[in-house]
Write a protein that binds this ligand. Structure first.
Ligand code: PDD
Length: 276
């Protein structure tokens, strides 16, 4: 496993973060997770662009150019010798005596490379169980911020109940998963929450929408409620690590076992990184 903190490679368990780092004092930072298939970071440009958007929203200046970040990523991958890996990187507002307002100090980049957490094939075939949880997050969910406590609590609640993922609902409107986006298929059409401030604009979500267009699957980016989700013919989550992952049950409710549209999209998504 490889780690990088503020300009240099370090041991993964080395103690490197000073106490007054805003990342852990305030959660004042942003992050990305990128999947590596066959030695190639998948959709890296898209992830870097989203990181720039998160940084802009928080008036944070990235410490390096995008080119430099790519160099670090490639160097880290080379050092790791992994062909299938998860790359995590984050930028925090830096190190400064504790005060709430933004200090004038350089931001801090850090990164880890670890073996990919692949989801086992049985789970992919059978689908996952999800639990609906109230969305108590703030209204800037499009920023990929380090503040993940509501997500962490929701996932914990789901897992403690034997479910794989928590699905958020806000005032009855279904938004997204604790670390994934959500899609529902109804009468041959694909539904997902619009890319507003209430969800993270997932890179996988965007790719799936592109694929749906190519496959002539009609798409509705519109809000829907819990009732609509329960009446779905199919449902699935998307994320960098989950890819396109079917949902088998929502709480107590079992969804139909045949999932023609989910299966087509999951296959088409796989082809995106297989052919490259
Ligand atoms: N999670 N929504 C939320 C709240 C997320 O945290 C994520 C990603 C997604 C899916 O986005 P993408 O397709 O770009 O991975 C949606 C990452 C993987 C994580 O926190 O580990």
């Amino acid at each position: 496993e490889i780690a990088f903190y503020q300009d240099k490679f370090v041991g993964i368990d080395e103690k490197v973060v000073p106490i007054q780092e805003r990342g852990h004092q305030f959660g004042d930072g942003i992050y990305e997770v990128v999947r590596v298939y066959g030695g190639v970071p998948f959709l890296l440009d898209e992830h870097l662009l989203r990181m720039e958007k998160s940084a802009d929203a928080l008036e944070m200046k990235l410490p390096y150019t995008t080119e430099k970040i790519k160099e670090i990523i490639h160097e880290a991958l080379n050092r790791s010798n992994y062909t299938d890996a998860d790359i995590y990187f984050q930028v925090t507002r830096g190190i400064s005596a504790r005060q709430h307002h933004y200090p004038e100090v350089p931001t801090v980049f850090s990164l880890t490379v670890r073996p990919a957490k692949a989801i086992d094939e049985t789970k992919r075939q059978e689908g996952i169980g999800v639990l609906l949880v109230e969305d108590v997050r703030w209204l800037n969910c499009y920023i990929k911020s380090l503040n993940l406590l509501p997500n962490v609590m929701a996932k914990q609640k789901a897992m403690a109940g034997g479910y794989y993922e928590a699905i958020f609902q806000r005032d009855g409107i279904v938004t997204e998963g604790s670390s994934s986006n959500l899609f529902v298929v109804k009468d041959g059409q694909l539904f997902t929450h619009p890319a507003t401030n209430r969800i993270l604009h997932g890179i996988t979500r965007a790719k799936v929408l592109e694929l749906a267009a190519k496959l002539d699957i009609p798409v509705q980016e519109q809000e829907f409620d819990i009732n609509f989700l329960h009446q779905g013919d199919e449902a699935f989550i998307t994320s960098t690590s989950a890819e396109v992952l079917p949902i088998r049950e929502i709480g107590e409710l079992e969804l139909p076992r045949t999932r023609p549209i989910t299966d087509r999209l999951a296959e088409a998504f796989k082809d995106l990184y297989k052919v490259k």
